[in-house]
Design a protein around this ligand. Structure first.
Ligand SMILES: [Zn+2]
Ligand SMILES: [Zn+2]
Length: 139
């Protein structure tokens, strides 16, 4: 996994990641459900220094979650609304990708220590999924 690329739905914004994510979690907390509009967030987290936009520019929305009380910045395409990545007041040197925007989402390997699921979901192959988060890195 020598670098990843991704983009939004309308292709106005694209990004690249050198190296590989430090970890990848699946999160089904309400923050991640609302932020994605789906059942879960696939969240590869990487050093900010490895991340760069390769096309366009993203708009951002800042949310202060009840859990941490620390701002999370959601970066999205202003044309199609796809959320592409998150940055954090708590971890200014880290970036979290909305993993569904990866050009090849199947390359990420989940970290079972930070992955949780909804009760009705089957575990991902090879991942011992838990119902409670270990280290919450979404918000
Ligand atoms: Zn777009
Ligand atoms: Zn979450």
């Amino acid at each position: 996994m020598a670098g990843l690329t991704g983009r939004c739905l309308c292709e106005a914004v694209a990004y690249g990641l050198t190296g590989k994510p430090a970890r990848t979690t699946i999160c089904c907390c309400r923050f991640c459900q609302r932020a994605t509009g789906g059942a879960q967030l696939i969240l590869p987290v990487a050093p900010m220094s490895d991340f760069h936009l390769t096309r366009g520019g993203a708009a951002s929305y800042t949310h202060v979650p009840e859990g941490s009380g620390k701002a999370v910045h959601l970066h999205f395409c202003r044309d199609c609304g796809t959320r592409l990545y998150m940055t954090y007041a708590r971890w200014p040197d880290m970036v979290g990708l909305f993993g569904g925007t990866l050009d090849n989402p199947t390359v990420v390997r989940f970290d079972p220590t930070t992955t949780k699921q909804m009760g009705w979901m089957a575990p991902a192959p090879g991942v011992a999924m838990r119902h409670t988060a270990g280290v919450r890195i979404c918000n």
